[in-house]
Design a binder for this molecule. Structure first.
Ligand code: FPP
Ligand code: MG
Length: 295
């Protein structure tokens, strides 16, 4: 569970940026005419985590990137692409609900949902066209990798992946959009930071793994029903046959979830360790709090 009060306090140093971000995002949707605009607004503004923009603003402060307009555009494009990917993901996963609301897929069917996701991608391209060619190139490369990660997952449906393949596809499908933001800031700063990149690699793996575990804990077992076997099931199959999956007991599941949670903790600690070289500021403090609150 995310401690919302603690997170709000931690994010105070970037609250003006986040307010300006919300305003710009709303205007981007409102200023363009689209079928189901109200539904898009609802989807994008009802209980979003805004994790990607938060990271981008914190990284921009840590790296001292003094280009507000560009940073806003990077954050906007990232969040819009993320929303598009979720609309498409819900079709693939045949998901009824997202953030306790009916998904585009369940409300309007696959055809409309595909097109609404595509529409959001076109808005993201609008925003990216106001950045520069290097940033556009980073995003196209990272979007491509995200899709390849999602493809890797879907060609392996009903199969048990090795831990290494699970790790790789998890980073691919979830990490790449986060990496796009940080890499774009490196372009603006004309300098890279390997510790921040490694921090983000470990954070995003831990974040997606926790999301996979939560799917099992929520008891809807959507991933297992869809043949998307995530780490707890991979661990189960290291000691059992895949045919025994239907006989998996609650106790067994709890054991493999506990081992998987240790993996979340391990990557969270590696992530936090990579922040040691970063100067102590309110922004670094916020980054640490963000890790603690979300992992
Ligand atoms: C959530 O996974 C989904 C992703 C992190 C990426 C989905 C990517 C695509 C559908 C490819 C298309 C990409 C673009 C850019 C349009 P999840 O199902 O594990 O998480 P959930 O529990 O939030 O659904
Ligand atoms: Mg999904």
């Amino acid at each position: 569970m995310v401690d919302k009060k603690r997170l709000e306090t931690a994010l105070f140093p970037i609250c003006d940026d986040l307010k300006r971000f919300e305003e710009k995002l709303k205007n981007k949707i409102i200023d363009n005419d689209c079928f189901l605009k109200e539904d898009i607004l609802k989807f994008m503004f009802q209980n979003p985590k805004r994790l990607r923009p938060i990271f981008i603003y914190l990284f921009s402060k840590i790296l001292e990137v003094n280009n507000q307009e560009m940073t806003d555009n990077i954050a906007l494009a990232t969040e819009i692409i993320h929303s598009a990917s979720l609309i498409h993901d819900d079709i693939i996963d045949e998901e009824e609900l997202r953030r306790n609301n009916p998904t585009f897929y369940s409300k309007f069917g696959s055809k409309i949902a595909v097109l609404e996701g595509d529409y959001l991608l076109s808005l993201a391209l609008d925003v990216l066209s106001c950045t520069n060619l290097k940033i556009l190139n980073i995003f196209s490369n990272r979007i491509k990798k995200t899709i390849l990660g999602e493809l890797e997952q879907n060609v392996n449906i009903d199969k048990i992946m090795s831990f290494e393949l699970y790790f790789e596809k998890t980073l691919e499908k979830t990490g790449n959009l986060f990496f796009a933001g940080l890499e774009s800031l490196f372009v603006l700063k004309e300098q890279e930071n390997e510790d921040l990149m490694e921090f983000l690699r470990n954070y995003t793996f831990a974040f997606q793994l926790k999301n996979d575990i939560d799917d099992i804990l929520k008891n809807d077992l959507n991933d297992i029903k869809n043949g998307n076997y995530t780490l707890p099931v991979i661990y189960f199959c290291m000691n059992n046959s895949i045919n025994d999956l239907s006989k998996l007991t609650k106790q067994q599941l709890e054991k493999y979830i506990a081992i998987s949670l240790e993996e979340v903790e391990k990557h969270k600690n590696i992530a936090l360790g990579r922040l040691k070289s970063i100067q102590e500021t309110i922004y670094k403090r916020a980054l640490v709090e963000l890790c603690e609150a979300t992992l």
